[in-house]
Design a protein around this ligand. Structure first.
Ligand SMILES: [Fe+2]
Length: 408
């Protein structure tokens, strides 16, 4: 992250002796990106964060090895409601698409996760519905629907879905936390063009520092022999730590988890239709994340108010339809909870007849679009995970032709 935060107790200067109440020294842990040439934070643990007592392999249900090319080439539509629900926000993830740069999964979690550290890259976890407490070495975030929670690589954390009622009560079931999980093989950051040379959000950016919510804490957890699931390039390992990793009394720096709610994204509109880069929210290695939010319809009297047919020749486009009424794809079967994949090699656009329908709506007084969607565009082709096929709509690819011929 571009700006500095401090939480809990820290000494006057870096790397000076910082004593615990019992006279011993707190143990420093410097978390740094890009060989300590980029953002970092310095954490102070009660016990050494290096002390491990056990290492065990864990079966990896969501390996990149199971991904297959999108062949024969087709646009795809997945109905996420048809995927299996349950599990937790870490090992309950069901991969849908991925490549060498990013893996995108869906989860409808009802259980608390174990402690987890992703050492392959940053994660952006977008909550479509439900709420959950995110706890980490840095502190906690109470995440709600619409939040992107950005978790830096190497952050030990866990996810605790919110309970519906008080502990022990009859209605203490957990409402599923439905989330799209974007796992990068690198870092997820605000686009560079939104930032000044020194990292401040510029006035033209669709969000700014006030919209980014950091952690509260520290959590000051105790305990010994604490297991942590670690993902690295080799797969999953359960490392048992001699002391609880959340024994941090304070930290400072520019590297930490944070939440950004999609409702705080300020849409940028033009008189005629604005292209997808105006919706960009984050960038990762060879991919971007965009937020489509409710906004005024394009307001030129002759505007074509929904997307034109387009071919993003260097990218595959994945869209998760989160809320509202997605006019451009009316009649295609796409609805809330749908995920579409429009790959390079295929020109896509609105359902034939959709422009005319929206123009008629504008003539009748409609002035806004209420759609909310999360889009990920990748610069390498997205491969398909076998779990996705159980929720695929086999008729989707033909929906444009069906509408065109039906309207002749
Ligand atoms: Fe598109």
């Amino acid at each position: 992250m571009p700006y500095y935060r401090a939480t809990g107790e820290i000494p006057r200067k870096r790397h000076i002796r910082f004593n615990r109440p019992d006279g011993g020294l707190y143990a420093e842990e410097l978390m740094g990106e890009e060989g300590f040439s980029s953002d970092s934070s310095l954490l102070y643990h009660t016990h050494p964060p290096t002390a491990i007592v056990k290492s065990e392999a864990v079966p990896d249900a969501f390996s990149h090895a199971n991904l297959a090319p999108n062949h024969p080439l087709l646009p795809r539509h997945y109905r996420t409601q048809e995927l299996v629900a349950g599990g937790d926000l870490v090992v309950g993830r069901q991969p849908l698409v991925g490549n060498e740069d990013v893996l995108i999964s869906y989860v409808a979690a009802t259980a608390d996760s174990e402690l987890y550290r992703n050492s392959v890259g940053d994660e952006a976890v977008y909550l479509q519905s439900g709420s959950a407490r995110f706890e980490s070495v840095y502190g906690a975030i109470d995440a709600t629907a619409g939040d992107y929670v950005v978790v830096p690589r190497g952050t030990i954390h866990r996810w605790l879905p919110s309970k519906d009622g008080p502990a022990g009560s009859a209605n203490n079931a957990q409402t599923p936390v439905v989330a799209l999980v974007i796992e990068a093989r690198g870092h997820i950051r605000p686009p560079k063009r939104y930032l000044s040379q020194t990292g401040q959000f510029l006035e033209h950016a669709p969000y700014c520092e006030r919209d980014l919510h950091g952690v509260t804490g520290p959590l000051l957890a105790g305990g010994e022999d604490v297991p942590v699931i670690v993902r690295n390039r080799g797969g999953l390992t359960r490392l048992t730590y001699a002391y609880h990793p959340f024994d941090v009394v304070g930290w400072d720096g520019c590297l930490y988890p944070y939440a950004f709610n999609i409702a705080d994204f300020e849409p940028i509109v033009k008189r005629t239709h604005a292209p997808p880069p105006v919706h960009q929210t984050f960038e990762g290695p060879n991919f971007v994340i965009c937020s489509f939010c409710p906004r005024p319809l394009d307001f030129d009297p002759r505007s074509v108010p929904i997307p034109y047919n387009h071919h993003n020749v260097d990218s595959d486009e994945m869209m998760f339809y989160v809320a509202g009424d997605y006019s451009a794809r009316a009649g295609s079967g796409v609805g809330i909870g749908s995920i579409t994949l429009h790959p390079s090699g295929f020109t896509h656009g609105p359902t034939p007849g959709a422009v005319e329908a929206v123009v008629a709506g504008m003539a009748a007084g409609r002035t806004t679009t209420d759609e909310t969607a999360v889009m990920i565009d990748t610069f390498r082709p997205l491969l398909l995970a076998p779990q996705a096929s159980s929720a695929e709509d086999p008729e989707y690819a033909w929906s444009w032709a069906r509408a065109a011929r039906g309207s002749q």
